[in-house]
Design a protein around this ligand. Structure first.
Ligand code: ATP
Ligand code: MG
Length: 220
């Protein structure tokens, strides 16, 4: 597999420049915040597809127990299965080792049809930290960043920082996602405490968590 099943098929049968969103994350577990964010990015930036990219070993989360990559991957697959414009990539999981976004984007750039534009979707609060990521100058060259503003988030200061950064200026767009304060951390805590996560994540994901007994014995 090159990127993901649907994208590979497109490249094989109908190669053309595409507008591809990449939704990176740990997805431990995936929830409606992620799904709404991806869908809004797709609509607002006129993307052909959004490729969900579960991380292998996330470099920033080495301090806590992260669920098995296969479980996180399976949950993303079942949550996105019914949307023909969503797809899931195993690139980062199969690469092994610590995940660096620069490796992923470089690899994608080589695989997609010429003229394809990559849009890296992220929460607005993460945007400035991108400058601290490994090979950030390369990352910013390879993808346009689309930053979702979280509920109650005043991003004027952030926008100013982006405009003042010579690397980032013109490479970041902000977009609004309707009020969702859902986070994976909160979902994990609720599961551990025996509380409901219904309506925070698709039913199929909640069932997966239950049947695989995820998050019950975690101690982050
Ligand atoms: P954790 O609480 O474990 O950090 P998370 O909910 O932030 O999990 P991640 O897998 O870390 O989920 O996030 C993947 C991407 O989705 C990031 O770019 C993050 O900013 C974004 N994101 C997470 N939650 C939301 C939300 N509720 N609305 C919009 N974007 C979100
Ligand atoms: Mg997070």
């Amino acid at each position: 597999m090159l990127i993901s099943p649907r994208i590979d098929r497109e490249i094989e049968t109908n190669p053309r420049p595409m507008r591809l969103g990449i939704m990176g994350g740990t997805f431990d577990p995936i929830h409606f915040g992620h799904l709404i964010c991806a869908e809004q990015a797709r609509e607002q930036f006129d993307l052909d597809y959004v490729v969900f990219m579960p991380t292998g070993n996330p470099v920033f989360k080495l301090d806590r127990h992260v669920s098995d990559a296969e479980d996180r991957y399976n949950m993303v697959v079942i949550a996105t299965r019914k949307n023909p414009m969503f797809d899931v990539s195993r690139m980062e999981i199969d690469r092994g080792g610590i995940t660096y976004t620069s490796d992923t984007l470089q690899e994608m750039e080589q695989k997609v049809p010429k003229g394809t534009e990559l849009f890296f979707i992220t929460g607005a609060d993460a945007i400035i930290s991108v400058l601290k990521w490994k090979n950030s100058d390369l990352i910013i060259k390879l993808a346009h960043f689309v930053a979702a503003t979280r509920p109650g988030y005043d991003y004027s200061e952030l926008q100013e920082k982006v405009e003042n950064s010579p690397e980032m200026r013109g490479r970041v767009s902000f977009f609004e996602v309707p009020g969702l304060a859902i986070s994976s951390t909160d979902l994990r805590e609720r599961v551990r405490a025996g509380k409901s996560i219904t309506y925070m994540t698709p039913v199929s994901v909640a069932s997966y968590i239950k049947s695989h007994r995820l998050y019950i014995d975690d101690c982050d």
